[in-house]
Ligand binder design. Structure first.
Ligand SMILES: Nc1ncnc2c1ncn2[C@@H]1O[C@H](COP(=O)(O)OP(=O)(O)OP(=O)(O)O)[C@@H](O)[C@H]1O
Ligand SMILES: O=P(O)(O)OC[C@H]1O[C@H](OP(=O)(O)OP(=O)(O)O)[C@H](O)[C@@H]1O
Length: 438
């Protein structure tokens, strides 16, 4: 997954109403900054830190906003506008519980629960209105249900130690937070991409690429390209990299696809999955207009992994269980009876056909039937192989061609490998060795 370069927030003019991930404080008047809690929950890691005790800090303190101010660092963007940022705690919160944040609603919530269920982990929620749950198989871990964007925020603030979110959300809200690490980058749900949606008609009729969009003469400081999106941080980095300066980012809480037709924006930047919503609203994708692919990921706080006893072992178990399930999902187990002079003879026939070699070669077993005296005698061989689901039909045909009969195709539940690559990568990133994890 790509990591996009940073952009100086001051290069951006005229931001609209902030969305879930908007750079909310940038163009707000100083008087609205310290008193607005929503701003405190939207860190701006790109902004420089001002020296303590600037005029705004003092005046807000005098108005009794001391508590909020003591939570904030002062920062100023290139326009001289003061903003605020919630500092990350320097040390871990003093708690003994280990916490995992999961999306509480929407498509991510359902898919996440399914993943746990498929990985033989049951999530027990005492009642639907409660936000905390338990996993009986991992009693040391508390589950906290949160909105997807809050999962990322709470990870950043140390309220939770692990979380499942879409990569898009992580990239928008936390990719530059060095404490956070993607532990599993492909949970195989929530697949979508973040892409520009450009009107099919009007002045955009012939615009089919980013290059063409950037070269349109219309975009000036007075008439910037108006982009409605909930992904302001990603959008800023993207347009900066594309070299398009005259852009105005705007926000909406939903139905972004309607904005160009309503005239409130020129184009949109939003998630696309099937592409139906874009099409139904007369919008198109353009070449170079896809910013990233996304799917569900498991994220962790490095600090928590290193310092909270038992957390790394839990992450190890989660990676193993998820990977065992996700790998098995891609395969069928196939068993076929085969005539032959020996196990090697049958194995040779299978190994010669691409797609019939199984994971590490076929297993060949004896199949017995009864003779006239009722005694078991060797009859044929049974070959067992794993076949990718995508190629199941061609594999069965190939098996039959080399003498396979009575072909059984069975679902696989788990494939546990020795040590998942993702676990090894995590240990490397944390500069740990397996022996360090008890
Ligand atoms: N059309 C889609 N197809 C597949 N995945 C999607 C799609 N739309 C969103 N997602 C994934 O689901 C995540 C959550 O999206 P969803 O729309 O359920 O929540 P949200 O509206 O952003 O959250 P909330 O309403 O809690 O603020 C997104 O961050 C993305 O990773
Ligand atoms: O390419 P498609 O398959 O049509 O999916 C894309 C749509 O899905 C998401 O919206 P969602 O359905 O989650 O509704 P929302 O606008 O309330 O977020 C996204 O914001 C797009 O509008």
């Amino acid at each position: 997954m790509q990591s996009l370069p940073q952009i100086n927030a001051s290069a951006w003019g005229g931001l609209g109403r902030p969305g879930p991930a908007a750079a909310c404080p940038i163009l707000r008047p100083p008087s609205s900054v310290a008193g607005n809690n929503s701003c405190f929950s939207r860190p701006q890691p790109h902004l420089p830190v001002l020296p303590e005790g600037n005029a705004v800090t003092k005046s807000r303190a005098a108005q009794g906003s001391m508590k909020a101010l003591s939570l904030s660092r002062r920062a100023e963007d290139g326009n001289g506008v003061v903003t605020s940022e919630v500092p990350k705690p320097k040390s871990l919160q003093p708690r003994t519980t280990l916490r995992l944040g999961l999306p509480s609603k929407g498509r991510m919530a359902e898919d996440t629960l399914k993943l746990f269920n498929d990985s033989a982990l049951s999530i027990k929620k005492p009642n639907p209105r409660q936000y905390v749950a338990q996993i009986p198989q991992i009693p040391a871990l508390e589950v906290w249900f949160q909105r997807a964007s809050d999962v990322v925020r709470k990870l950043r603030y140390g309220d939770i130690d692990l979380g499942i979110v879409g990569y898009d959300m992580f990239a928008e809200l936390a990719e530059e937070d060095e404490d956070l690490i993607v532990v599993h980058d492909a949970l195989d749900f929530g697949q979508c991409k973040l892409a520009l949606g450009v009107p099919m008609t009007g002045k955009f009729a012939g615009v089919d690429s980013m290059e063409a969009l950037c070269n349109m003469p219309q975009w000036t400081p007075e008439t910037p390209l108006r982009v409605v999106t909930g992904y302001h941080n990603i959008a800023k980095r993207f347009f900066e990299r594309a070299g398009l300066k005259n852009v105005q980012l705007m926000s909406a809480d939903g139905a972004l696809e309607a904005a160009p037709a309503m005239g409130s924006a020129d184009i949109i930047l939003d998630l696309v999955s099937t592409g139906v919503t874009l099409r139904e609203n007369n919008l198109k994708e353009i070449e170079g207009g896809t910013i990233m692919q996304s799917q569900g990921i498991l994220v962790a706080s490095k600090k928590a992994l290193l310092d909270r006893p038992g957390l790394l072992q839990i992450v190890h178990e989660l990676i193993e269980r998820f990977d065992a399930h996700l790998t098995a999902e891609q395969y069928f187990s196939v068993i076929a009876n085969m005539k032959g002079t020996s196990p090697e003879d049958v194995a040779n026939r299978l190994l010669r056909v691409p797609g019939l070699e199984g994971l590490q070669g076929p297993t060949i077993a004896n199949v017995y039937n009864k003779n006239e005296n009722g005694e078991a005698v060797h009859h044929v061989f049974a070959a067992t192989i794993c076949v990718t689901k995508k190629r199941i039909y061609s594999a069965v045909k190939a098996l039959q061609k080399i003498g396979g009969s009575d072909v059984l195709v069975l679902p696989m539940t788990y494939i546990f490998n020795e040590e998942p690559v993702r676990w090894k990568n995590l240990l490397n990133a944390l500069k740990l060795e397996s022996k360090d994890v008890h």
